[in-house]
Every structure is written in C-alpha cells, then in structure tokens.
Design a binder for this molecule. Structure first.
Ligand SMILES: Nc1ncnc2c1ncn2[C@@H]1O[C@H](COP(=O)(O)OP(=O)(O)O)[C@@H](O)[C@H]1O
Ligand SMILES: [Mg+2]
Length: 407
C-alpha cells in the first residue's frame, strides 16, 4: 500500500465509521462507568442507606459486595464512589476516595504507600503499617476528612490483612469525639468471600453489611445490553433481535462477556465494511471472546508467577496426550526450573519449593489454575493442578506474549 492510499484508508476509518459512535468504543472498556445502572435500583438504594452514615453520623462503614463474575460488582462500587464524591462536594463535606484492585495492590501496606505520598508528601518507606495508619487517621481527623477505599478482588489479600483493614477505626481511635474517618467497600466473588470467612471468621463480625448482587434475568440482560448498545453503536446497526441473541449467549449472567461479544461483533462488521451486525458475526465474535482471558490478570502477574503458569500449561499440554488432565506439584516444579533457565535468566538451582508454592497459591487465587487434593485409596493424598477455563496451548501462547512484551 503506498503512503497516500494509507492516508485515505485512515481518513475513511476515522470519518466513515459506520458501526461505532464517536467515542463509542471506549464505553466497552471495563473501566468505563455508565451514567446509570439499570436493574440495580434495589442494590443502589441499599448502598445509599449504608453509605449515608459516613456523612450523617460521622461513623465509618465497612461494606462487602459479593456476586459472580460480571454481575456488576466493580461497576456498582465505582458508580457509588463517584456519586458520593459529587454529593460530598455539594454538601461541603471533605471527602476523598480511592479504588484499589488487589491484583495490583496485594497488601494493605502497598495501598497506604500509594495513598500517603500522593496526599501528605511523605514517603511510606521505612514506616510500619501501624505507623502509617496512625499518621493517616490523625491527618484525617485534623482535616475532618472522610476517606473511602474501594478494595476489589480481595481474595488476593491475606485474611490477616482484611482483618486489619476492618479494624482500622477501632485500633486507631483518634481523639475523644468518637468520630470515624476510614470506610471501605470490599469486593470479591461469593465463593472467595466464603473462603475468606472460613479462614478468618471474625471478618464477618466486622462488616456492617454484606450486599449480594443477584443474577440478572433474561429480560434485564436484554435491557442492559440495549442500553450499552445505544451508548456505543450507531442506530440501526445492531437490531433488538440480535441484542436478545447476545443476552441468550450470556446466560451465566456475566454482562462483561456479552459486552465483549458486542464489541468484537462490531469490529468484525467494521472490518467487513458492513452497515449491520449480523448473527453470524455475533457467533464468530463469541468464539473469539470465549478463548480470551476475561480478566486483565496476566499483565498484573509477576514474572515468576507467569513462569509457573507457563510451566503448568506445558505439563498439561504434554500429559493431555496421555489423556491425563492434571499436573502434580512436583511435575510443575521440575518444569518450572527448566522454564526459568530458558526464559527467566536465572539459575534454577537456587529455586525452592516454598517460593514455588507461593506462586501456585497466587495463580489459584486468580482463578487461572485450580488446585485440588485427591484421596487415593492405596497411596494417601495427591495434590492435583487443573486448568479448567482455558486450553493449555492458548495459555502458553498468551503467557509467552506477555513475557515478551513487558519484560
Ligand atoms: N446494570 C448494568 N447496567 C449497565 N452495565 C452494567 C450493569 N451491570 C454490569 N454492567 C457492565 O458489565 C460489565 C461487568 O461488570 P463488572 O462490574 O466488571 O462485574 P464484576 O465486577 O461483578 O465482575 C462492566 O462493563 C459493567 O459496566
Ligand atoms: Mg470486578
């Protein structure tokens, strides 16, 4: 293609977009917060009544949000966060909030070391958690500032850390006025909450309320997808019937999945220069989306976690030929040492099992692998590593891409 042709092509792409509205595609990003959340009125009402305490009673609240993937937990928390800031500004209340996902911020310490320097011109380095919390609470009191942390994917935190977060107000009572300044919304999937509570039962007592997001029914999904279509896609491009098709395909209640399908189908239409999104494009898009990692997990993993994931994928691929579906810890560890020499630029002799197990635990928490203990009648127990959601081959390829691109 000669240069001027490419310029024409670009211009045509920018001006003649037949599928997406101007700034439409960015509404498909997971970080986009829509102006309304249809069919979450009950939850929003509950949230409003729980959160008002922060401003009205000068008390802190700790709320738990639970529900399956794609039910809108993150969206509703960020929505509430945004609205709280707006209302606080209108009422002249000093308020600040932060969103932390524990895929990136894996301890309370890392959150504090992020928050404090950007607000109080101190570096968190060299301070203990207690010192940082003391400093934080004293300053909040001095400024009479209410602070809300929205902490997402908390299955990545240690139960002690969750307990610590929930105890801030009690542990660091400031002054005698009884006022509290530090509130949280904690988010995880239902099963992850259950595991957390099983590991540390006192967590339940520290929560002011637990809000469970129910699954959207079919009609509600249709409605939501139509709303999201109208934000992103030009009129007449995606019919109501096809919105229903997308809702049917998202039967698990994962709105994120349907939105991804819609986005990819739109891109297919664009590539084919079509002015309508057709059912076959939607089905094709689904094929693509279902083999995509649905969470932005990989890029947040550390190098050695990626290397462990890669080694498991390789063992599984290999064993699949013998019709065996799991890897043992030992097999994965041996492969990990090979992978490290190959890609990690490190000496495998220095690797120890304890560190390896830590990486495994991390992958397990991120739902990339599933560890299972199996009882075997003759030989006791065996730890099995499974990969349920993605083909090993695909995982291998994706991990290699990430390793190449970012490190
Ligand atoms: N009621 C709703 N209206 C509009 N969009 C929604 C609604 N519920 C969920 N979504 C969208 O679905 C996607 C998945 O929601 P998300 O909050 O990321 O789910 P979760 O955190 O529970 O896995 C996001 O893009 C979100 O904006
Ligand atoms: Mg989420």
């Amino acid at each position: 293609m000669i240069a001027t042709d490419f310029e024409e092509e670009l211009k045509r792409n920018i001006l003649g977009d037949r599928v997406f509205k101007r700034n439409g595609e960015q509404t498909f990003d997971r970080s986009f917060i829509p102006e309304k959340l249809p069919h979450r009125d009950d939850i929003l009402r509950k949230l409003a009544s729980d959160l008002k305490i922060i401003f009205k009673e000068d008390k802190a609240v700790n709320l738990a949000l639970r529900g399956e993937g794609g039910f809108g937990k993150t969206a509703i928390a960020r929505f509430a966060q945004k609205k709280l800031a707006k209302v606080a500004a209108e009422l002249g209340i000093t308020f600040d909030s932060r969103y932390y996902t524990c895929f990136q911020f894996r301890t309370l310490g890392t959150m504090l070391r992020d928050y404090l320097p950007s607000n109080y011109f101190i570096s968190g380095k060299g301070f203990s958690i207690s010192e940082m919390l003391t400093f934080l609470v004293q300053n909040l009191q001095r400024e009479n500032k209410k602070l809300l942390f929205v902490i997402d994917e908390i299955q990545n935190l240690k139960p002690e850390d969750v307990m610590r977060i929930l105890s801030v107000n009690e542990e660091f009572k400031s002054g005698t006025d009884g006022k509290e300044y530090f509130s949280t919304i904690l988010i995880a999937r239902s099963a992850d909450w259950d595991a957390l509570m099983a590991a540390e039962p006192r967590i339940a007592q520290r929560l002011h309320s637990t809000i469970a997001l129910p699954k959207y029914d079919f009609e509600q999904m249709v409605d939501i997808f139509a709303f999201r279509r109208d934000l992103a896609i030009k009129e007449g491009v995606l019919s109501d019937e096809n919105v229903e098709l997308i809702a049917e395909m998202s039967e698990t209640g994962n709105v994120y999945y349907g939105i991804e399908v819609m986005h990819h189908a739109g891109k297919l239409a664009e590539q084919q220069d079509a002015s309508e999104i057709l059912p076959e494009m939607i089905r094709n898009a689904a094929k693509y989306v279902s083999t995509e990692f649905r969470e932005p997990i990989l890029k947040d993993l550390r190098t050695h976690e990626l290397l462990v994931l890669l080694s498991i994928a390789r063992v599984l691929k290999h064993k699949s030929q013998r019709n065996i579906s799991y890897a043992t810890t030992k097999e994965a560890f041996e492969e990990y040492k090979v992978v490290c020499e190959e890609l990690g630029n490190c000496d495998a002799r220095t690797h120890v099992m304890t560190a390896f197990r830590k990486y495994l635990r991390k992958l397990n928490q991120s739902h990339l692998i599933h560890e299972r203990i199996k009882n075997i009648s003759t030989r006791g127990r065996r730890a099995e590593i499974h990969m349920l959601d993605y083909p090993a081959d695909f995982v291998e390829q994706k991990v290699l891409e990430v390793l190449k691109s970012t490190r």
